[in-house]
Design a protein around this ligand. Structure first.
Ligand SMILES: C[S@@+](CC[C@H](N)C(=O)[O-])C[C@H]1O[C@@H](n2cnc3c(N)ncnc32)[C@H](O)[C@@H]1O
Length: 320
């Protein structure tokens, strides 16, 4: 977590904020976070992993039906994790194109290591150019210099976009559209979790986030907040909460103070302002999208959408 961000968050606490929003989804993956998330993926109620896999299995060929097959294809995987979900796209690209470069980018070294292992097992010899870094590195046009003579697909899988604020997600997609406007056959492919509708109840969404494993992730998030902000929010004075917030079209999870307490900035043993009972420390926000929301995100882009038959999950390709 960057110094400025930690400083700003501590300042909010010092000012007696009532709802602390941690804008960096990175934090939950720190230390054992990635392993905790792997456990969630096998939870029956957690439809997100199953539905995303179903979407990919159904549509990976059609999603890779893009570009100029007489060229190479570069697949950039933002927040690649283990890279497992990207394997079908790599397979299809290898069949169609004159070679493939796979570029996983993830802040977690453990994820990058696993990714190398999985890709090497499945496609021995495939060039993997990995970055243990923030995906911001590929938000500058010179990042693409070495890939200029290839077709480019940038993937953001795992409905990770749901963790962004509304303005962040718009800025994120716009950034890629700006860069790609000068690179032929380049696009951004994003996977979205669908908003509640006649096909998908709010309860299904709420249930998916109410499990023992998810609770462990939230406690882990609070520990990471304490560690990286160098503060001491008392874990025994927190209550875990999770609900679907209709105004934000998002599943929100937070920890709520069960009594007033004063927290400290530990390196200086400096007391921050008294936080009142009921103060919320948000552990995650997961926005859900309708098809219309996706189309409206980039009115000037060419947007193509794929869905699961039950409308639970969607994939969109944005091309300038
Ligand atoms: C929801 S997981 C998705 C993993 C994988 N793509 C999948 O769909 O299974 C998000 C991944 O993004 C990584 N991550 C989060 N913020 C990041 C950032 N700013 N830059 C790069 N990776 C990030 C995390 O370490 C984590 O592996």
């Amino acid at each position: 977590m960057e110094y400025i961000e930690a400083e700003n968050l501590r300042q909010q606490l010092a000012d007696g904020v009532e709802n602390l929003w941690i804008p960096s989804p990175k934090l939950k993956y720190y230390e054992t976070g990635s392993e905790l998330l792997e456990i969630i993926l096998s939870d029956e109620k957690y439809y997100l992993a199953r539905k995303e896999q179903e979407l990919i299995d159904l549509h990976y060929r059609s999603i890779m039906d893009f570009g100029d097959y007489s060229c190479k294809h570069t697949i950039i995987d933002l927040g690649s994790g283990s890279g497992k979900k990207t394997l079908p796209f790599l397979k299809e690209a290898l069949e169609r194109f004159q070679g493939v470069y796979y570029v996983p980018i993830d802040t977690a070294q453990s994820a990058i290591d696993l990714c190398h292992k999985n890709v090497e097992t499945e496609f021995p010899g495939l060039p993997v150019i990995s970055y243990t870094d923030s995906w911001e590195i590929c938000m500058k046009s010179d990042f693409y210099n070495r890939f200029r003579d290839t077709n480019i697909t940038v993937f953001l899988l795992g409905s990770t976009i749901g963790n962004f604020s509304e303005s962040e997600s718009l800025a994120f997609i716009s950034k890629f559209m700006d860069i790609f406007s000068s690179i032929e056959n380049s696009r951004l492919v994003v996977i979205f979790d669908s908003a509640p509708s006649e096909h998908k109840s709010v309860e299904v969404i709420e249930d998916a986030y109410n499990s023992e494993a998810m609770e462990k992730i939230d406690w882990h998030m609070i520990k990471m907040i304490n560690k990286y902000l160098e503060i001491d929010i008392p874990l025994d004075k927190l209550k875990r909460c999770s609900e679907f917030d209709h105004s934000q079209k998002a599943l929100v999870r937070w920890m709520e103070l069960t009594e007033d307490c004063t927290i400290s900035y530990t390196p200086k043993n400096q007391k921050l302002k008294l936080l009142r009972k009921g103060t919320r420390i948000q552990t995650e926000i997961s926005r859900k999208y309708s098809q219309e929301d996706i189309v409206m995100m980039q009115k000037n882009a060419l947007t193509k959408i794929w869905m699961t038959p039950d409308y639970y999950y969607m994939c969109a390709a944005f091309q300038p």
